[in-house]
Every structure is written in C-alpha cells, then in structure tokens.
Ligand binder design. Sequence first.
Ligand code: TRP
Length: 384
Amino acid sequence: MPGAEEFVVTPYEVRGRVDYDRLRELFGTQELTAALLARIRRLAGGELHPLLERGIYYTHRDLAALLDAFEGGRPFFLYSGRGPSGPLHTSHLAQFELCRWLQARLGVPMYIQITDDEKFWSRSGLTREETIRWGLENLYDILALGFDPKTTRVFFDSKSIAALYPLAIRVARKIPYSSVKAVFGLEPSTNIGWIFYTALQTVPCFWPSWAEGKSVPCLIPCGIDQDPHFRLTRDIAEGLGYPKPALLHSRMVPGLLGEAAMSTTGASPENALFLNDPPKVVERKVRNAFTGGRATVDEQRRLGATPEVCSVWALWKSRFAESEAMFSQITTDCRSGTMLCGECKGLLLERIHRFYDEHAAAREKAKGWAESTIVTAPPAGLES
Ligand code: TRP
C-alpha cells in the first residue's frame, strides 16, 4: 500500500495523491510548453481547446516533430481507445473530446480502439457478453461527441481481429517477455492474455502506415496512465519500419469523493458520473461530492474555499465551463467566498443535465452509423 506521499499510476491502477510533476519525471515525458501550445493554437485557427488551455493535457512525447511534419504538409492521424469495463463516466470523455476537436480543426483522420478482449483478460468479474456489450455502448457514447463518420475508423478488437492480426503477429515477435513484465509488473498467476494484449494496443499506431505503404505519423491523446503501453510501442517501431507514435498525456480527473481518479470499477459508484446515470442519481452524486469548502457558511464567506482540492471545480475545469471567462469567474468566486458550494453545485448541475440531454440525442443518431465504422479486414491488396 502506498503511504500518504506515495502514488501508483499504471494502465491498470491509479492510486494515492498523484504528484503530476514527479510522474512526468518518473515516466520521462516532455513538458507541454507554452510554445507548443501556441503552435497548436495557430494551426487550429486561433483557439485552443479548454483541455489544453487549462493544463489538463500537460506532457507529451515527440509532439514538436509531429507538428513540424504537419506544417511541412505531412498529415498525421489520431488514435485513442477505450477498455470497455462498464459505462463511460464524464472524465473518460476528455481524451475523445480533444481528438474530436483536433479532427475537426486539423482535418485529420481518427482511429478508435475498443478493447473488449483486454477487459475480459484484466477484469475477472466480467463475462465476454458484458465486455462486448459495453464495447458497443461505449462506442456509441464516444462517436456521439461529434466524430466525423467519413474519417473515423474503429478497431473493435474481437470484431476487427482479421484486420489487426497480421500486424499483431509482427509486433508480438519484437516485444520480449521481460519488457512486458518490467512495464506491467505481471504476477505468476497473471493469465497469458495480458502478456499478449499490449501487442494489440500497438497495432493501430502502425496500421495506416501499413495500409498506405508509406510512413504516416500517429498522435495519441490519452491519460498518462496509458504511457507504459506506448513506451513498448516506441521501442519497437523503428525495427518494424514504422514511425514512433507521438503522445499527448492528460492528468486523471479526480473522483467525486476525492480519490485520485474517477473509475468505472473503483471502490464506489458514487465516485464518478456515469453517462447512463439518471438525472436523480447525477443530482445526488454532485450534491454529495467532495469540495474544497469550509466547515461553516460563515467561515467560507470570510476565508473563501480551495478550488484546487475540489472535485466539483475539477468538473468545471475538465468539461463544463464553456469559456475561459466563465472558468476564471467561478474560480475567483470560489476562492473569495462569494459563491458557496451549494450554489456552485446548482449551477454545475444545470450544465450537466443539459449536456446529458444533448448527448442522449446525439447518441441515438450515432447508433445508426457506429457499426459501419468498424474495420473488419486488412487493407485491400494486403494479406488476408
Ligand atoms: N487500454 C485502454 C484502456 O484500458 C484502451 C486503449 C486501447 C487505449 N488503445 C488505446 C487508450 C489508445 C488510449 C489510447 O482503457
């Protein structure tokens, strides 16, 4: 168990109070500097997505080289994914929201991986039927964010295996067992699915290069917990003749009860806002959420509250404050004690309910075309 100052961040566990600067040093990723953000802003037509503006994305690997190439007329593609262990919660949307924005602003294609196999191997409580069902449900939610059906492709692992496997064979031969063990810390009892799985998470990084017969750069926006997978990918890329993927890493959005991250399978469902929570449940979770408020109204009016520790402020920051002006107003009013927690939660709930309504309508539409985006065969003319 970690002590008060310790934390754990792996693709399979986020625990403790995460020191994100220290994590960047431990993982050896690069800082997302103001200069890089300014370049993205320019390429995107003068605006930055709030997730970039507010520092939720905070480190990267090789982003500068990817932007150099893009500015030189060499397009890249986006890749991100989801392990379907249950319903999505609002903080899962961050990586896809950034992808959607980059797809629209830069006109680049998007590849989404749904890893129904991974979650069957890594969560012993789930049946195959459940991981497949959640895979589809999650996919509808993701596509409903506004992905372009014309330039979005999905690898749904078990349905796309014929398309993925020829590359997975080559990737798997390059990854030594000792690297997988060092990166994921496998136990003697770990099933062998886990050992192979990382090869499948690598395949989409190379798939467009394989399909087009030339090197196509890849950018992966993801939570920093996924970085270990892609360290393995980057180690073997050049040996297979493919470019190393670039990455953009986000912090994890803290849970409503003050845990390090919202989680689908965490200790309590009260910790996260699931997209299938009915309005009453959303209301209850937000009303009970951990805040940075004071013990009494009087104290809070006098001394103000602490947004940095507040899970409600984290929701404003990661998704629900539409503009920078609004976000800084909320922050100032919180810190000064002008706005109390109850009022803040009420305002947030209005936004959340509106988002859930709009999302439900977009999701119904996405259901109509979702399955047509799933890639089921290798690229034409390549091995079957
Ligand atoms: N392993 C990820 C998860 O558990 C799913 C995933 C697959 C992914 N490919 C990805 C996440 C690429 C980010 C980027 O959720």
